[in-house]
Design a protein around this ligand. Structure first.
Ligand SMILES: *Cc1c(COP(=O)(O)O)cnc(C)c1O
Length: 390
């Protein structure tokens, strides 16, 4: 059996997205900036996509900017906000469990003295405490950036509450909503955020298309200069097909969210219960405040990477820690932040489900993981000699 259980890394392209893209990859190839009718068709596609994405995120059209990825949206929000506020402060508050698109951006800024960053700790479930944010904001704080939902453990933050705290203090608030968009209901206004990043390929759109919600009146400096596209904030000829595909995918995800969530939750629920029955296995993240499709576990005395390889033999695509840190021997910064010791933080397995996964596939995954954990432990002298005590 083949099971794709790595939707948090990327998701299969939805049929509706491909259909929406095809005309702009074939006969409607005009440059949206040109003035003949071939170009107006492309321009209309971009503007109608903007309206659809705005609608799906509770924003107005003029608040949506297209980028080349979730990573670029995060970079634009963070570096753009700091540059626009240069002179008023360079202190940033973030969380210890952000995606590398945020963490590495901030670390690069810190290294060259362009930012001073406070990393808020999280509790054992991965939650940021609103009081910790309240205490961390200083008069020179120029930005707060905290993700909506985590890509490794699926925990969902109380963004509306955190956003309200930043707003009360007059500090711009950005949230990386790349894992959340299309998976849980989002309303940029109700969330009290000033900026919000999304990426098409995480909700059934194409890779290489992202968007940034930027609340009206919030200032941002561009990262990329050129022809002045996207109202001067992101130059470069628009990825028309990618943008059309992103909008179609998000519309589809939002319209069918209830039924897709039900399907995803069924598969994830079977896997969560099945893996929970393995001795010395622990679900990471919050038991309830989590994305419906992400099931993340640590297994004592088992390397995550070796689990992923074993599952691959069984036709299952899964991941260990985040895809970006795969290949490195560093344990996940997220699992360390939730308080897991080094040796256990290596043993993480993330299975992330989508609407096409069936209960039958979920049961197959449970069996494969159970077998793989048992056989790896049998080979482990550490496990044989002293079984762990938690
Ligand atoms: C995937 C992901 C990103 C990066 O998006 P890309 O479009 O792949 O660059 C950023 N943040 C989170 C939380 C993600 O899961």
């Amino acid at each position: 059996m083949k099971v794709y259980a790595d939707h948090a890394a990327t998701s299969p392209l939805r049929r509706e997205a491909l259909d929406a893209m095809m005309p702009y990859l074939t006969e409607r190839y005009g440059n949206p900036s040109s003035i003949y009718s071939l170009a107006s068709a492309a321009r209309r596609a971009v503007e109608s996509a903007r309206a659809d994405i705005a609608g799906a995120l509770g924003a107005s059209e003029s608040e949506i900017y297209f980028t080349g990825s979730g990573t670029e949206s995060d970079n634009l929000a963070i570096r753009g906000a700091l540059e626009a506020r240069a002179g008023t402060g360079r202190h940033v508050v973030t969380s210890a469990i952000e995606h590398h698109a945020v963490l590495h951006t901030l670390q690069a800024l810190e290294k060259r003295g362009a930012a001073e960053v406070s990393y808020l700790p999280v509790d054992e479930y991965g939650l940021v405490a609103p009081d910790a944010l309240r205490d961390a904001i200083r008069p020179d704080t120029a930005l707060v950036t905290i993700m909506t939902a985590n890509n490794e453990i699926g925990v969902i933050q109380p963004i509306d509450e955190l956003g309200a705290i930043a707003r009360e203090r007059g500090v711009p608030f950005h949230t990386d909503a790349v894992q959340a968009a299309g998976h849980i209901p989002l309303d940029a206004r109700a969330m009290n955020v000033d900026m919000l990043s999304v990426s098409a390929h995480k909700f059934g759109g194409p890779k290489g298309a992202g968007a940034l919600y930027l609340r009206k009146g919030v200032r941002l400096a561009p990262l990329i200069y050129g022809g002045g596209h996207e109202r001067g904030l992101r130059s470069g000829t628009e990825n028309v097909a990618g943008i059309a595909g992103m909008a179609a995918a998000l519309k589809q995800a939002v319209t069918h969210m209830a039924e897709e969530t039900a399907r995803v939750s069924e598969a994830a629920g079977i896997v969560k219960a099945g893996l929970g029955a393995i001795p010395f296995a622990r679900l990471t993240g919050h038991p309830e405040k989590r994305l419906p499709g992400i099931v993340s576990f640590v297994f004592e005395a088992v390397e995550g990477e070796s689990m992923v390889l074993a599952l691959d033999f069984g036709g299952i695509c899964a991941s260990s820690g985040s895809a970006c840190s795969s290949g490195s021997l560093e344990p996940s910064h997220v699992l360390l932040a939730v308080g897991l010791p080094h040796e256990i933080a290596h043993g993480s397995l993330r299975l992330s489900f989508g609407p096409e996964n069936t209960p039958e596939q979920a049961r197959y995954v449970v069996q494969a993981v159970t077998d793989a954990v048992a056989s790896r432990r049998e080979m482990s002298p550490l496990w044989r000699d002293n079984k762990p005590a938690y």
